[in-house]
Design a protein around this ligand. Sequence first.
Ligand code: PLP
Length: 390
Amino acid sequence: MLTLPDSKLPRVGTTIFTVMSRLAAECGAINLSQGFPDFDPPPRLVDLVVEAMRSGVNQYAPMEGAPALREAIAAKVLALYGCRVDPAAGVTVTAGATEALFCAVQAVVRPGEEVILLEPAYDSYEPAVELAGGRVVRVPLARPGFRVDWDRVRDALSPRTRLLVVNSPHNPTGAVLDDRDLDALEGLLHDSRALVLADEVYEHMVFDGRAHASVLGRPALVDRSFVVSSFGKTFHCTGWKVGYCIAPPALTAEFRKVHQFVQFAVASPMQAGLARYMAEEPGHAAALADFYQRKRDRLCALLGRTPLGFTPSAGTYFQLADYSAVSDLPDVEFARWMTRELGVATIPVSVFSAGACAERLVRFCFAKNDPTLDAAGERLARLGSNGGPT
Ligand SMILES: Cc1ncc(COP(=O)(O)O)c(C=O)c1O
């Protein structure tokens, strides 16, 4: 009789994002859980993709990405971060940031090597490390504020550390790294063999007049980093799954060895449309911070009328809220209760950590049309007045 092999990822189930979106649909709840906009990409961008399809851009793109798109990416990071990358040898277009993160880990992590994750952490990092045979070493972000405690990162570094994953702006907390953090990171890694995997998919969503502190702005870090971003976040097209990875040529060569057998090539009409749109509308990304800051402020004004506690998010399109004034329920149960009883779906923050989480936090996504946010606010205003769950 055939015996099936043990699962290689025994602790992985259906992600909470799927679970909450499904529950939201079942309950007719407003879905502020999963991180995607409920509005469309710029119409001109859609037209350019359609035009590309109609003009015959429908076959495999080059494995490393369409040249015009790689050139647009290189021009962007030079203009924004002063980072000169060779589009031919240092930029790879991927099937979303997810594929880039996966390929970077597979390219460099060997069995038994350690990868430092700062928790709470985006959910795709750990399974990628496990599939590579690596060992995750967790360092909690410091409370309050979810800043990186660099002393704890130093304690976690060892001769076995292959990779340190940093994510700024940070999902789920909305915290951002600043120049002092990058100083600390640079100093810490100076005598180490560790590489950096920088997840910067929310790079254009940093609020209150601050600039995004990119790893690409630090030559000493660029030399040892994979820097990942996502067109899905920047152009409101998460469903297209187009992202990219920037890395020094030697790391890019290893990265592409994996990429060509995971994905080979990314949807060609999307790449053509994105390249042309970036050339036509170079200001799109720069306008994103104001656009999302207005949405953050709208959601925060609505949350201010509820018993939920919060500090306005510094970046991303997520806002955390503390419900401890309303309920003692663990966050997964509270999020389910809120979806069923109030009709607003969120993500419980404990799912971003491996260990127990005593905090009472849920994550709202504010990448939504204003009427969606206002309708959610009306429902949330009932929090507290109906006693809350027990
Ligand atoms: C921190 C972070 N990294 C990576 C991704 C994945 O991006 P993509 O949809 O481009 O694969 C997401 C998506 O939510 C994210 O929040």
